[in-house]
Design a protein around this ligand. Structure first.
Ligand SMILES: C[S@@+](CC[C@H](N)C(=O)[O-])C[C@H]1O[C@@H](n2cnc3c(N)ncnc32)[C@H](O)[C@@H]1O
Length: 373
């Protein structure tokens, strides 16, 4: 691969969430989604193997804010049952992640102090790991319980740039197939890595963005499709000569939304590498989490203006997508790219303000409970 190709296709540097706590502050829906599977997580944590030290991991944790209450609740559950064992919680994300905010969150120096479990409970240790989750990150057989939310739709490498859209959901068939193949390879690496890390009897629960049985996915659950809107406004910037064709094309999300079938295939074949590595799928379900900004607007329709709604919806889309557009403009100086990125989101915001009907960012997750046997 040429260095130019590497520059634009490598995803490791370009997909971090907006830092300094912006991500979890503006992403209430991601937290609601995590909180909604508390029961599955409690079931898992109570059935993990009897090890001297409990090692937990949160893969792709961003600033840790959205899963902090979950970890607080799980540790509280164990402690309330008299389990005083040492607990290590390892937060993993890419090296570019804002780990500083994450550590501040856990130590009660930032965010929700009443959930800063590292301070609240004894014998609990928090660590960070800045290596991608497609590799083995922990010593073999050492992990009691792994968790990951809304992270594994990121592919390790873009197999191609998408020419007429920004996301694989709008790509042409041949581009889609390339993303599908990349995602299948990545899913196998993710699962084989977890299989090595997990102790026998350990569990891995993940909730990933994907495509459900009704063909729905993030921001596309009826009404407007958010990724089509991203594409429409980015494309308008090209049509108006504000960005170049190359910049339009380079704004390709390094993401693939797997179908339920794509997620489950490695478990259905007893002879697959995943089955041979000892991973067994206990359950798989899909879930729609309503866009909290839309819900709030509908509830408060008398007191909230269309502008209030647009002002709340666009930042949640921006918290995780901005780097894609910013990276596409990497040849420009900072002021220029700020101006373009701001105008891009402003166009989307103004459209929502003009007519909020059909705009929302509902979440669609595929939830899997996996055991290492
Ligand atoms: C949308 S955020 C989700 C954060 C949090 N888990 C939640 O549910 O709110 C996705 C996170 O996955 C991380 N990520 C993407 N690819 C990754 C990889 N290969 N290894 C580790 N983390 C990754 C991103 O940096 C980002 O912090």
């Amino acid at each position: 691969m040429t260095s130019k190709k590497l520059e634009t296709l490598n995803t490791q540097d370009v997909l971090s969430m907006k830092g300094e706590g912006y991500y979890s502050k503006k992403t209430a829906g991601a937290k609601n989604a995590i909180d909604s599977i508390q029961e599955i997580l409690e079931r898992s944590i109570l059935s993990i193997p009897n090890k001297e030290i409990l090692r937990f991991a949160d893969f792709g944790a961003a600033d840790g804010g959205t899963s902090q209450e979950l970890w607080y609740n799980l540790i509280n559950l164990l402690r309330s049952r008299g389990d005083d064992r040492a607990i290590e919680v390892i937060y993993t994300d890419l090296a570019s992640n804002d780990f500083s905010t994450l550590f501040k969150n856990m130590q009660g120096m930032h965010g929700e102090k009443n959930l800063a479990y590292q301070k609240i409970f004894d014998n609990v240790f928090v660590h960070g790991c800045g290596t991608g989750f497609h590799q083995q990150l922990l010593a073999s057989d050492s992990l009691s319980f792994g968790f990951s939310a809304t992270a594994m739709h990121y592919v390790s490498e873009k197999p191609c740039q998408i020419k007429n859209h920004v996301h694989m959901v709008g790509a042409d068939l041949s581009e889609k197939k390339q993303f599908m193949a990349q995602a299948a390879t990545d899913w196998e690496s993710i699962l084989l890595s977890r299989a090595r890390e997990l102790a026998p009897g350990g569990r891995f629960v993940c909730m990933n963005f994907g495509i459900d049985e009704k063909g729905r996915y993030l921001g596309n659950t009826g009404g407007h499709s958010m990724f089509d809107k991203f594409n429409q406004h980015w494309r308008t910037h090209w049509d108006q000569g504000i960005i170049t064709k190359e910049e339009y094309i380079n704004a390709t999300f390094a993401q693939h939304y797997r179908t339920v079938d794509e997620f489950c295939t490695p478990f259905n074949d007893k002879m697959s590498e995943i089955s041979k590595a000892g991973l067994k799928l206990l359950s798989c379900s899909t879930k729609l989490t309503k866009c909290p900004y839309r819900t709030s607007y509908e509830k408060n329709i008398r007191s909230m203006s269309k502008k209030d709604f647009a002002d709340s919806l666009i930042p949640t889309t921006r918290s995780w997508s901005e780097t894609v557009f910013r990276t596409a403009l990497s040849k420009r100086d900072e002021n220029e790219s700020n101006e373009i990125v701001n105008s891009f989101y402003e166009k989307y915001r103004a459209e929502v303000e003009r007519d909020p009907d059909g705009h929302a960012m509902d979440y669609i997750h595929i939830i899997m409970e996996i055991e290492k046997i």
